[in-house]
Design a binder for this molecule. Structure first.
Ligand code: BTN
Length: 241
């Protein structure tokens, strides 16, 4: 994978989108000092110090939009989970793509399409992710949701370069196959790490709350919920509360 290292940047996603034309397919833009990171749902992504990873994968699988691209965050979540597992920890995936350990967030993903129009054009996909590698409980306490980091979970300092190499190698391993075959390729790997199946959940979908039992991850990565009247709902997007 090609690499672009930025000493400091406001947001690697923003930078990657601005430079999409000159960036090649399968490039990782990364920094250890991100000053104004953005998360999903217009939240911010905190700068928790320079021993952590703030990165964006630039992908240009083709110049037209395909359904499988919306599953790329789930592909990355499996790659991240497996990379964490190499350190002896047991991460879970909170649908669709948060990575947690014991209910505390350790990594988040923000995907953004560039140059997408109603005729199916797509100039590229920017798959941003942050990984908490080395930080202290005091810093994490200031984040407005339960969070953890790999050094806290393992009791060891984590080499960020080694982590990044493991992650990018693993991403490349099945990426081309994933683009061809879609979510089914990773369905089993994904589903066995999902944390809330067969539990009652409330999901925020465009400011509407959907409540019910999460019963299945479908063949295209959606979440199937059954409500108290036995009605099924298939959610393609949302945030489990
Ligand atoms: C989330 O869980 O809300 C997604 C967080 C994504 C954060 C990463 S850090 C690198 C990249 N640049 C950004 O501005 N955001 C993403």
């Amino acid at each position: 994978m090609r690499r672009v290292y930025l000493e400091t940047v406001d947001s690697t996603n923003k930078w990657a989108k601005e430079h999409i034309a000159e960036l090649e397919d399968k490039t990782i833009v990364y920094t250890y000092n991100q000053t104004s990171g953005r998360g999903r749902l217009n939240r911010k992504w905190n700068n928790i110090g320079t021993d952590n990873i703030y990165a964006s994968l630039v992908l240009k699988p083709s110049d037209k939009m395909e359904e499988v691209y919306s599953n790329l965050t789930q592909y990355l979540s499996v790659v991240l989970a497996k990379t964490f597992e190499e350190y002896g920890v047991t991460p879970n995936i909170k649908w669709p793509n948060d990575i947690q350990i014991n209910g505390k967030k350790i990594s988040g993903i923000l995907a953004e399409g560039v140059g997408i129009n109603n005729y199916g054009r797509c100039d590229g996909i920017v798959l941003g992710f942050g990984v908490n590698l080395n930080t202290s409980p005091e810093i994490l306490e200031k984040i407005n949701q339960p969070a953890t980091s790999l050094n806290i979970e393992t009791g060891k300092k984590i080499d960020k370069e080694k982590f990044l190499k493991k992650l990018t190698d693993r991403f490349c391993l099945l990426y081309d196959k994933f683009i061809e075959e879609g979510f089914l390729l990773i369905k089993e790997d994904y589903t066995k790490r999902v944390s809330f199946l067969n539990k009652n959940v409330s999901v925020n979908v465009f400011d509407k709350i959907v409540t019910g039992k999460a019963i299945e991850i479908t063949d295209n990565g959606a979440l199937k919920i059954v409500d108290k009247n036995n009605n099924e709902q298939i959610l393609f997007i949302g945030d489990i509360l």
